[in-house]
Design a binder for this molecule. Structure first.
Ligand code: GLC
Length: 619
C-alpha cells in the first residue's frame, strides 16, 4: 500500500462517477459524507459511450430508478445526445490515435446488442472433485466478505477486510491488480457476474479526466483503484446516492500512474471471454475502444530507443520507490501479455489493421529484446564479466555499455550452473540484476521467454527454493537492498527496510502466478510444493499481506490481515492445480511467426542487431 490518503469529498466530487443513483432513506448512514451536491458530471465522456447499448451513467436522470443494476441494460430514459463521432472526442488528445487507430475509416459506432453471457458449461468450470479443506472453506467465506456492491450489484473486492484494524488507509478500495486473482477464483467457480460488472465499470472510469497540478495524463489510463462512496443528494440529507470514485494515482503518495492497471484489465477481459464463451463482451464498441485507448498510451512514439515501456518507479505492484524506474521487467511482461491478448480480441476491420500491424511489430521487437538482453545465466554472466566497454559500433558486444564491475558480489555465488532468469531492468550502463518474481513468472506464462528460458527460470526457483520460497512463497524480489543502497535507492523508506515489504519481503499472492507458470511448463508438482507451504501458515496467520525476514518467517511488520489477494491467490492456485486446463485462459503459446517479424529486416540500411538465428531464439 502506498499510503494513499482517503480522498476528501471535494476531490471525490470532482472525480467521482455516478453510474447509478438510488434513493436511500435518510436514516441510512451517509458514511460521514457531508458534502453539498456538487455536480459530479465527468468533463470528458468516453468516446464511444453512447446511449444505444449501455446506460450513459452520468446522463441517467434521478427519476429513473429502475434497471440500474445492469450496466449494459438499455436505458429507460432518453439521455442527452452525445457527439457520436469518437474522433472529435479524442482529437487533439491522442495524435497517435488519429494516425494509427483511426486511419480513414472508423469502426461502426453502433453498439452491438448486448447478449447475456452464455451460461458457463460444466466442463469449463472448476467444480471441486474433492471436498474442500477447512482452509479453503474459510478462504471462500473471507473472499465473499470482501465483495463490494454498487447499486446492489457485486463489482469487486476490497484490498483487505480486517475487522480488527481501525486505520483503513486505502485498503477499503478495489484495486485493479488485486482484483485479478479474486476474479479468477470467481470465474473458475462459475460466478462470472462480478467480473463482468468489474470490467464494465472500470471501463467507464478509464475516460475520466484526471489532473495533477493542471496536467492531464492520457485518456487510456485505468485507475489504480476505486471506491464506492455514498453521498447525499441534497442538503437535507434525505436521500443519498452511490458514486464510484477512482484513484489514478493523483492521491497516491508519489503521484505515480498505475501503468499495470490497463494491462491487467486487458488480460482479465480475455480470461473472462475465454472461460464464459461470452465473446460479445470483447466485441462491444466501447470495450474495443477501451482496449485501443490503453494501447494508444503504450504504443505512442516517444524518444525511446527500446521496444520496452519506459515508466517511473512505483508504477506497478511495487508502488513505492524501489529503484525500478526505467524498463522494469514486470511492466514489460504484462505489456507483452496485454499485446498478445489484444491481438486476439481486436475486431479486424479497415480501422484496426494499422493497429494490429503496430502490435505485431512491437511484439516481435519486445520478445527479441527481452530474450536477448534481459536473460542471464552462468554463461552470460561470465560474458558480462569479460565485457569491453566504450564500444562505438553496430557490432558492439556490449551494446548498453555495461561496466563489468556492476555484477553484484551476491550474484557471483548465487547463479546456479543450470537455469537462469530475466534481470529486473536494463538501461544504458545499468543492469538491475535483482530477481523479480512477478516479471519472471509472467514472462513464462505469456511466452515472452523462450521455452528453454522458461524451464531455466523454474529450475532456478527450484534450486534457490530456500531463498525464494523458504517459509512462505514467494519473495517479491531477491535480494534485499541494504545500508547505503537502501538509503539512496528507497530514500530511506521505513516500510521498505531490508527483507520487508517490497524490499525482499514474501508475498503469498504471488503463489497463483507461480502456479500458473508451473502448469504452463508441465511442472505442477513444484507449485503443489509451494501451495503446501502456504496452506500450513496462511489461515493461522490470518492471511497476511506479506511476510518479513530473509526466509519469510515473520508476518510483515506493517502487514494487513485478511488481505484479499492473499486469500484469492491461494484459492486460485488450488483451483488451477485441480483444473490445469483452465490455465489457458491466461497463458499464451509461443508464436514462431513473431520471430520472423524483425522490423530491421525490412530495411537494408539498418544493420540488424539480431545476430542470433531463429533457432537460437527458439532453442
Ligand atoms: C500495496 C501493494 C500494491 C497493492 C496494494 C493493495 O500498495 O504494493 O501492489 O495493490 O497494496 O493491496
Amino acid at each position: 500500500m502506498n499510503g494513499q490518503t482517503t480522498m476528501g469529498l471535494a476531490a471525490a466530487a470532482a472525480a467521482a462517477v455516478r453510474p447509478c443513483r438510488r434513493r436511500l432513506l435518510s436514516s441510512v448512514s451517509a458514511g460521514g459524507a457531508k458534502a453539498s451536491v456538487t455536480p459530479l458530471f465527468p468533463r470528458r465522456p468516453h468516446p464511444q459511450h453512447h446511449h444505444h447499448g449501455r446506460r450513459l451513467p452520468f446522463l441517467a436522470s434521478a427519476a429513473s430508478q429502475t434497471s440500474h443494476s445492469d450496466p449494459s441494460s438499455t436505458p429507460t430514459t432518453t439521455p442527452t445526445p452525445v457527439n457520436s463521432d469518437p474522433r472529435s472526442a479524442v482529437a487533439g488528445n491522442l495524435p497517435f490515435f488519429d494516425r494509427v487507430l483511426f486511419p480513414g475509416s472508423f469502426p461502426p459506432v453502433e453498439t452491438p446488442p448486448v447478449e447475456e453471457p452464455a451460461p458457463p458449461t460444466d466442463e469449463g468450470l472448476a467444480s471441486p472433485v474433492r471436498e474442500e479443506s477447512e482452509t479453503e472453506r474459510e478462504a471462500w467465506r473471507l473472499l465473499r466478505r470482501a465483495v463490494v456492491s454498487y447499486c446492489g450489484e457485486p463489482v469487486g473486492t476490497v484490498a483487505a477486510e480486517d475487522p480488527e484494524c481501525t486505520e483503513v488507509a486505502n485498503y477499503d478500495q478495489v484495486f485493479i491488480r488485486d482484483f485479478v486473482p479474486s476474479a479468477l477464483a470467481f470465474l473458475m467457480r462459475g460466478e462470472t457476474e462480478i467480473v463482468r460488472n468489474f470490467l464494465l465499470h472500470t471501463l467507464q472510469l478509464q475516460s475520466w479526466e484526471k489532473t495533477v497540478d493542471c496536467y492531464s495524463p492520457g485518456q487510456g489510463l485505468m485507475p489504480a483503484s476505486f471506491k464506492i462512496r455514498t453521498v447525499p443528494l441534497d442538503e437535507n440529507n434525505e436521500a443519498f446516492e452511490e458514486v464510484l470514485d477512482p484513484d489514478f494515482g493523483e492521491s497516491a503518495i508519489g503521484r505515480v500512474a498505475p501503468v499495470d492497471s490497463g494491462l491487467w484489465w486487458i488480460i482479465l477481459l480475455r480470461a473472462y471471454c475465454k472461460i464464459t464463451g461470452d465473446y460479445s463482451l470483447q466485441e462491444r464498441v466501447d470495450v474495443q475502444t477501451g482496449i485501443k485507448l490503453i494501447l494508444s498510451l503504450c504504443l505512442t512514439d516517444g524518444f525511446d530507443m527500446f521496444p520496452t515501456l519506459l515508466v517511473t518507479d512505483g508504477s506497478c505492484m511495487i508502488d513505492r520507490r524501489m529503484g525500478i524506474h526505467g524498463h522494469p521487467l514486470e511492466i514489460q511482461a504484462l505489456f507483452y501479455s496485454a499485446l498478445r491478448c489484444s491481438r486476439e480480441m481486436i475486431t479486424v476491420n479497415d480501422g484496426s489493421k494499422h493497429l494490429l500491424r503496430a502490435i505485431n511489430n512491437r511484439l516481435s521487437a519486445l520478445s527479441f529484446h527481452i530474450r536477448e538482453y534481459y536473460w542471464v545465466d552462468m554463461k552470460k554472466i561470465n560474458e558480462i564479466y569479460r565485457y569491453k566497454t566504450e564500444e562505438y559500433s553496430h557490432d558492439a558486444t556490449n551494446k548498453f555499455n555495461i561496466y563489468p564491475e556492476q555484477i553484484p558480489s551476491w550474484l557471483v555465488d548465487w547463479i546456479p550452473e543450470e537455469g537462469g532468469y530475466l534481470i529486473g531492468n536494463l538501461q544504458p550502463a545499468h543492469m538491475d540484476f535483482r530477481f523479480f518474481s512477478l516479471g519472471n513468472l509472467w514472462a513464462i506464462s505469456s511466452s515472452l521467454t523462450t521455452p528453454t528460458q522458461a524451464e531455466g527460470i523454474l529450475s532456478l526457483i527450484e534450486e534457490k527454493w530456500d531463498d525464494l520460497v523458504a517459509n512462505m512463497p514467494l519473495k517479491i524480489c531477491y535480494p534485499a537492498m541494504e545500508d547505503n543502497e537502501w538509503r539512496i535507492v528507497t530514500g530511506s523508506d521505513p516500510k521498505n527496510t531490508p527483507w520487508s515489504y517490497h524490499n525482499g519481503g514474501s508475498w503469498p499472492t504471488l503463489l497463483w502466478q507461480f502456479t500458473l507458470a508451473c502448469i504452463k511448463m508441465g511442472r505442477p508438482e513444484l507449485a503443489r510444493r509451494a501451495v503446501a507451504v502456504a496452506e500450513e501458515q496462511l489461515s493461522a496467520d490470518k492471511w497476511p499481506e506479506y511476510y518479513d525476514t530473509r526466509s519469510g518467517r515473520f508476518v510483515g511488520k506493517q502487514s494487513r490481515s485478511y488481505q484479499t489477494w492473499t486469500i484469492a491467490g491461494f484459492l486460485t492456485s488450488k483451483m488451477l492445480l485441480e483444473n490445469p486446463e483452465l490455465a489457458s485462459i491466461l497463458t499464451c503459446d509461443e508464436d514462431l511467426e513473431l520471430l520472423e517479424g524483425c522490423a530491421c529486416c525490412l530495411s537494408k540500411r539498418t544493420r540488424c542487431s539480431r545476430r542470433v538465428t531463429k533457432e537460437d531464439i527458439v532453442e
